[in-house]
Each structure stands twice: as structure tokens, then as C-alpha cells.
Design a protein around this ligand. Sequence first.
Ligand SMILES: [Zn+2]
Length: 294
Amino acid sequence: MRYGALEAGGTKMVCAIGDENGNLLEQYTIPTLTPEKTMPELIRYFAERRIDALGIGAFGPVDVVPGSESFGKILHTPKVAWRDYNIVEPFVQALSVPVGLDTDVNAACLGEVMYGAAKGLTDVVYLTVGTGIGAGIYSGGRLVHGMLHPEGGHILIQRHPKDSGECICPCHTHCLEGLASGPSIEKRWGRKAIALTDCAEVWELESDYLAQGIMNLLLILSPQRIILGGGVMQQKQLFPLVRQKLAKKLNGYYDTPELRRLETYVVPAGLDGAQGIMGCLYLAQNAKLLETIE
Ligand SMILES: [Zn+2]
């Protein structure tokens, strides 16, 4: 079998071909322009490679609920050219293969569960901290969708008394993404995260916000492991700080073997940046399997 994987991001589209053992055979990246310009190129790429199924991890919000009337449709995205565009239909029509779809962050979570830092676990949270903040949630052995998909980046957190920066989320006054995403760091401190590595106060604040978000997700979902990925988490000094603050906030309330070893509980992403595309590869395999069963 040859599977196609598409990580459809707001700035770039990563395409890959892989096999049923999770081996990536080739990869190709193009910028995300408008659907009119970008989709024909993606379709051509996968058509030439004669794939048996396709898995897509898409930027959202996107309707990922199978059977829903607008399944595949990108909803109220700030990327206006893609608003209300159905990203699944053109592939189904042009390639005549089953297409699996999930959000980019759920796909990344799935990649980690199937091949990476959470292999074999049934309850996992993958938190990406970058341009935005998103939480992929795998609970009881499956990705969580519910009415649409979780938006764990917008949970409310307490503003630090010393933080005079603004929450950059257009909808909320003190949500995790608005206070702790890459752009919010840049707005508050005047420089990108990567140029602030040596500024202790930046990471003191950032780790406090992340620990608050993680604590909330942890208390609600009781995951076996929490994986932190995304551009901001390249700042490796964050990991020990986040673990310390998480332990302090939990304050002994919740005692499990996992929480006694936070260094193996709150961990970095495990696939060298490939968790998203690997998750898409798995979505393709799953779509093929479902077709076979039907
Ligand atoms: Zn928000």
C-alpha cells in the first residue's frame, strides 16, 4: 500500500508518501496560497504517486465529524480565502480514494501516540505552543471530537500579577493562547521567543501560564502523558520550569506514579517535528481500513 499524508497548515502544505509500517518515503512542501492556486498542485502530486488513501491534518476550525453535512469544510478561519472551503471533496473526486481528516493538532497527537513519545498509551494530551496554542486530545484510545473538536488553547488562565502585557486573542481577555503563544511573547517583550532565550523573566512567566493550562487539562482529562511541541517549546529551558510550577500548583492534591516522575510525564515531542505528517499517514491507513470494513 502507498499512503498519502497532507499536513495542511496556514502557511505551508507538507505532503508525504508513506507505507503501512509508518515509513516516510518522500516529502514535499509548498506554500499555502489560495485554494485555486494550491489545491491543483496538491492533487497533481498525489495523483502522480497513485496512493491508496489520503490522510489530512488541517488547520481549523474545520468540520472533522464524519457523517456531518459539512464534513471537510474549513469553517470560520482568519485565512479568508479558505473560509467555507471543503478540503476533502476535491481529493475524493480527483483521486477516488478514501480520505481521512482531522485537525492538525489532533493529527500531531495521533502521530505521537502511534509512533512517538506516547506510543502505546490510551490517554494523551499533545499541546502545541507556537503561532497559536492547540491541544490534541486522545482519550480512551481515540481522538476527541465531540460537537466539532476541542479548542484547548483558549481555556482561561489567571493573569500573572506582574504581567502588564495584553492578551492578544481577539475573543478573550485572559486565555492561554492570548497570553502564552509565540506572538503574545513577541508582543509583550518586543522580540521573538528565539531572541529571548537568556531572559529569565520571560520563561518564568511563560512557564507559569503553560503550567496553569496543563494543570487544567490534566485535572479534566487525567492523561497518562502530556507532550509539549511547537516552536516555543524549542526553548528547552521551559521544560524543567513548567514541571516545577505544575508540581507547585498541584500541591500534592493528585498523587499518581506518573505525577511522581514529572520528567517522564511532561515531555517534549518525540518525532523531530514529523509528528503531524506521521499522524496524517496514520489517518490515511485508518481511512483505508474503514473502507475495507464497509
Ligand atoms: Zn482565546
